[in-house]
Design a protein around this ligand. Structure first.
Ligand code: SF4
Ligand code: SF4
Length: 395
């Protein structure tokens, strides 16, 4: 009987990973719903205040899958690569455009909102499971916002290792991965056998991510303090960005990819070409119709995308345009006033190398924003004006 059950569990695992691939996932695996050692350190990390304003990280159900679902036996973890052919932030921003300074939207923000893309696929997988497996079970799908720490579960499902930059890295695909999980009361054979360890940590002596972080957000290898991270400032933080960090934010307007872009495992994946690109078309850069370009910005003959857009274009969007452009995009999480705040900081940092006409145009735009009735926008615009004026070449 035990043998029968184990065979059935093995067949379920083979079936579910095949089905996940059919649904567009690049990776999948199953881990037992046991306590993962990494989650035991979560409390200490929270006690140090690292979660900042992200209250959802304090949800006690995140400490173990059994707390997330009573009676849970397995977690199915699915990964979808969102790496596209466009170059890395480090390559683009190393060549500043003195005429039309470019901003950086994190790679994950170029396409459709990953929650909206992955959840229906996970739900389709659960529906297929109900058809395939003739027994009652409970199952719940999570993408990032629930009480499941997907990247930790992904490690124990054999998808990759938890790297010094705190991302999950898959040896073949790198770290530009969206992860989703299904917690279920159904028993599966774990992808990693009983005696098998999770994928080996291949960071070795490398510390490129730690050294490249512009705001020194890593308090130690494998430990990041989000309260120093540009992604936190530009996406999660609702109020004023601490002034001490603004110069180091450079041209980042939504998120920051630096600690992933410098990683040799992502560069290796990029060199290996199209075989390591994501398969889900919704994650490719969204095209912005030219009519959404704001007055005063240059409209290219070709449609623009959210890949390295002009900062002035973002800073000039009105609230209605913002809503239309980012309707299906994860960028909407920053909210209108947050994104314009970020664009002000990026414009303030664009001083070195600007040609005089562009400087004048940007100063006019910032003066307009400094008169905004929204004090958050106005204050960041005033800061940017001061910084640009301080960087002005002497006549
Ligand atoms: S996302 Fe940017 S700011 Fe945040 S830890 Fe990585 S390199 Fe540092
Ligand atoms: S840059 Fe180096 S240390 Fe950082 S995650 Fe990549 S391999 Fe690991």
């Amino acid at each position: 009987m035990k043998f029968m059950l184990s065979t059935q569990e093995r067949e379920r695992t083979a079936w579910v990973t095949r089905k996940a691939s059919e649904l567009g996932f690049d990776l999948s695996g199953v881990a037992p719903a046991s306590r993962f050692p990494e989650l035991d350190k979560l409390g200490e990390w929270l006690d140090r205040g690292h979660a900042g304003e992200m209250r959802y990280l304090h949800d006690p159900r995140r400490l173990s899958l059994e707390r997330a679902m009573e009676g849970a036996k397995s977690v199915i973890v699915c990964g979808a690569s969102y790496r596209t052919e466009e170059p890395f932030s480090t390559q683009v921003l190393a060549r500043p455009d003195g005429e039309r300074p470019r901003g950086w939207i994190s790679r994950y923000g170029w396409g459709d909102d990953y929650h909206d893309v992955l959840l229906p696929r996970l739900r389709a997988l659960m529906a297929a499971m109900r058809q395939e497996f003739g027994e009652e079970f409970r199952a719940h799908a999570y993408v990032d916002t629930g009480p499941v720490v997907e990247r930790v579960a992904a490690k124990y499902a054999g998808l990759g290792w938890l790297a010094k930059n705190t991302c999950l890295i898959n040896q073949n695909l790198g770290s530009f991965l969206f992860l989703g999980a299904i917690v279920t009361t159904l028993a599966f054979e774990p992808t990693l056998g009983l005696a098998e360890a999770p994928p080996r940590d291949l960071c070795g002596s490398c510390r490129r991510c730690l050294d490249a972080c512009p705001t020194q957000a890593f308090v130690a290898p494998y430990v990041m303090d989000p309260r120093r991270c540009i992604a936190y400032f530009t996406i999660e933080l609702r109020g004023s960005i601490p002034q001490e960090f603004r110069p180091a934010m450079g041209q980042m307007v939504f998120g920051c990819d630096i600690c992933q872009d410098v990683c040799p495992w992502n560069q290796r994946a990029a060199r290996r070409g199209p075989a390591t690109l994501g398969r889900i078309p919704e994650f490719r850069p969204r095209l912005i119709p030219p009519e959404e370009a704001a007055e005063g910005t240059q409209i290219d003959a070709s449609p623009r995308s959210l890949f390295a857009p002009e900062i002035e274009w973002i800073a000039s969007l009105d609230e209605e345009q913002y809503r239309r452009v980012f309707r299906r995009s994860p960028v909407k999480r920053a909210k209108y006033r947050g994104l314009i705040r970020n664009a002000c900081v990026a414009l303030g940092n664009s001083g070195p190398g600007l040609i005089p006409e562009s400087r004048d145009r940007i100063l006019r735009l910032l003066e307009r924003l400094a008169a905004s009735p929204d004090e958050l926008i106005a204050e960041h615009a005033r800061w940017a004006l001061d910084r640009l004026n301080a960087a002005a070449p002497s006549k």
